[in-house]
Design a protein around this ligand. Structure first.
Ligand SMILES: Nc1ncnc2c1ncn2[C@@H]1O[C@H](COP(=O)(O)OP(=O)(O)OP(=O)(O)O)[C@@H](O)[C@H]1O
Length: 262
């Protein structure tokens, strides 16, 4: 069986900068990955490649067994769910929450005259319920709190029943309660064998939900370290990748990091 993601020597250059530098990364069925790195490390660019929205300048990227550059990306993209702030900005504020999820079935962000199948409407309802926002289905997206928006976006990203789900900083801007609710929802998703392969980008180890299995640590566009999370998420690796002395702790299925003090 081929890998879900297979990146070899993936390099992205935007003159004069090398944003991704010879990244090798393989993601397999059943894995739940966290991508961690400081601001500007290349995390969002990596997700752009993984979602078929950007091609590498050099190297090869195979997504769901299809080589970028050879595959029709419009056929590939519905197989990959993506939730990001940039995509959320394109959702019209007056769209109902139900339609935000439903329109993903057609790959659009605003409802016009599409006729939806009962099956699609039912699935949208189920996904809203799974993320605890079904009671908001008739509200407009613009009236939601940040936490409710994030959960709606993830429900939307799952609407096409993707084989791979990419989440770019889903907890950014959430208060403590909102973060914990989201972490709980993502832990459930991670624990469900029927879920797609998951890749979660974050800056904060506290946002890693229980059930995530692997970690890719990026530094200056290159892979610092990658592998099973318990092996890679060490004080030494995190300190090196973030450029300051850090102490990492693990307890109750969660991770914590703080500055190491003499
Ligand atoms: N089109 C572009 N042209 C030039 N530089 C770019 C371009 N796109 C991204 N960059 C730069 O590449 C670097 C990596 O960007 P990217 O958004 O992938 O990082 P990130 O790890 O997601 O950052 P953050 O954590 O701040 O969101 C940044 O320094 C960014 O300014």
């Amino acid at each position: 069986m081929s890998a879900v993601l297979d990146l070899k020597g993936v390099t992205v250059r935007r003159h004069p900068k090398t944003i991704l530098d010879a990244v090798d990364w393989q993601v397999n069925e059943g894995e739940r990955w966290v991508v961690l790195g400081r601001n500007g490390a290349g995390k969002t660019t990596l997700l752009q490649i993984a979602s078929g929205r950007m091609h590498p300048t050099a190297g090869t990227a195979d997504v769901l067994g299809e080589r970028l550059g050879r595959v029709d990306v419009f056929e590939l993209r519905p197989r990959v769910g993506l939730a990001s702030a940039a995509l959320a900005d394109r959702i019209p504020a007056d769209e109902t929450v139900r339609d935000v999820v439903l329109t993903a079935a057609y790959g659009v962000t605003g409802r016009w005259r599409e006729a939806y199948e009962d099956f699609d409407t039912e699935r949208a309802g189920d996904l809203l319920a799974a993320f605890g926002v079904d009671h908001l289905a008739d509200r407009t997206f613009g009236t939601l709190s940040e936490g409710e928006r994030k959960r709606t976006q993830i429900a939307r990203a799952l609407m096409t029943d993707p084989e791979l789900l990419l989440l770019d900083e889903p907890a950014a801007g959430l208060d403590l309660g909102g973060r914990e609710e989201l972490v709980g929802a993502l832990a459930e998703l991670a624990g469900d064998p029927a879920s797609p392969v998951l890749v979660l980008v974050t800056h904060h180890v506290e946002e890693i939900p229980p059930g995530f299995t692997h970690l890719l640590l990026l530094k200056d566009g290159a892979v610092h370290s990658a592998g099973p999370i318990r092996e890679v998420l060490t004080s030494d690796n995190l300190s090196d990748a973030f450029g300051l002395p850090l102490l990492v702790a693990h307890g109750g299925g969660r991770w914590m990091a703080r500055a190491a003090r003499p």
